[in-house]
Write a protein that binds this ligand. Structure first.
Ligand code: DO4
Ligand code: MG
Length: 279
């Protein structure tokens, strides 16, 4: 089942049927143990519409915080060791890849997050920027994984590579994250053979593409959630990006007008155009 947050309503998609819901409080709708069963009950009592226009599609987030796990795939470890060699920061990444405690960092408040078809920023004080395509968990306030979405954890590799302590500046700024196009609410946890696909389009041509199965992740989803929830409460639930396994070659940097498409087949495609802040 998929849940779309639109400007004036919410749409449940189930087996190619669309059920509109009038919802005043998105957070109250999604933050519950057993979200799948709850949505099933909702569609039992309503009729599908033929009008499946998802007008004013928004990021599937309300008042939640967005957190992110890092260095959960070998490719991320290797790319980061390379970019931070000169600063002497490289050794942090292999240590955290093998450590018991995962790297988890605060990524964004909801106001810094955009939805699909919206614009994402690269920083004006950065010279090397990449998208990070990441399966993103929606976790209820009780700590249960209830849904998934596609996430883009935008990163400045030049700032991060200069010094690992600059990580918050490499990662957090206006329009630094995208989530969407919907919340995917399956009955069972997502299949580990699911692939994450990234395509970066420049002037109509594919500049970079790649894909990786989520089974290549070093850690489990529940392990990441248990660390995140150790000493933090999330009254409205929270989102957790699970790390990137796709990093374009070191010669690549994003440019304004590039289009980033991230597809995770059961969820959909998250599409964003890159821009820079003006003024
Ligand atoms: O350690 C820096 C960030 C790692 C990250 O965002 C990732 O691996 O996806
Ligand atoms: Mg990341």
């Amino acid at each position: 089942m998929k849940l779309y947050k639109c400007e004036s309503n919410v749409i449940i998609e189930n087996q190619e049927q669309y059920f509109p819901l009038q919802v005043n409080d998105w957070d109250n709708l999604i933050n519950r143990r057993g979200l799948y069963s709850f949505l099933q009950e909702q569609i039992q009592n309503s009729s599908p519409t033929n009008d499946m226009a998802l007008s004013g599609l928004q990021a599937p987030i309300g008042g939640q915080e967005v957190w992110a796990a890092g260095v959960t795939y070998l490719r991320s470890r290797d790319a980061r060791m390379e970019e931070s060699k000169q600063s002497g920061g490289d050794t942090f990444y292999d240590k955290v890849y093998d450590a018991e405690r995962p790297e988890i960092f605060f990524k964004a408040t909801a106001n810094r997050v955009v939805g699909t078809n919206d614009t994402l920023h690269i920083r004006r004080d950065s010279v090397w920027d990449v998208p990070e395509p990441e399966l993103t968990l929606f976790i209820s306030s009780e700590g249960t994984i209830e849904a998934y979405t596609v996430g883009n954890d935008m990163s400045s590799r030049s700032i991060e590579g200069e010094n690992p302590l600059y990580l918050p500046q490499a990662k957090m700024y206006e329009r630094c994250a995208a989530l969407g196009p919907c919340l995917y609410v399956p009955e069972q946890p997502i299949d580990l053979e699911t692939e994450i696909e990234l395509a970066i389009i420049r002037k109509g041509k594919t500049e970079f593409e790649g894909k990786i199965p989520i089974s290549n992740m070093k850690r489990t989803h529940t392990e990441l959630v248990s660390y995140l929830f150790r000493e933090c409460n999330f009254p409205k639930g929270c989102f957790l990006m699970t790390g990137t396994g796709l990093v374009p070659p070191d010669t690549f940097t994003l440019r304004p007008q590039d289009v980033v498409n991230i597809t995770i087949a059961p969820i959909g495609t998250l599409t964003n155009t890159i821009t820079q802040k003006i003024g």
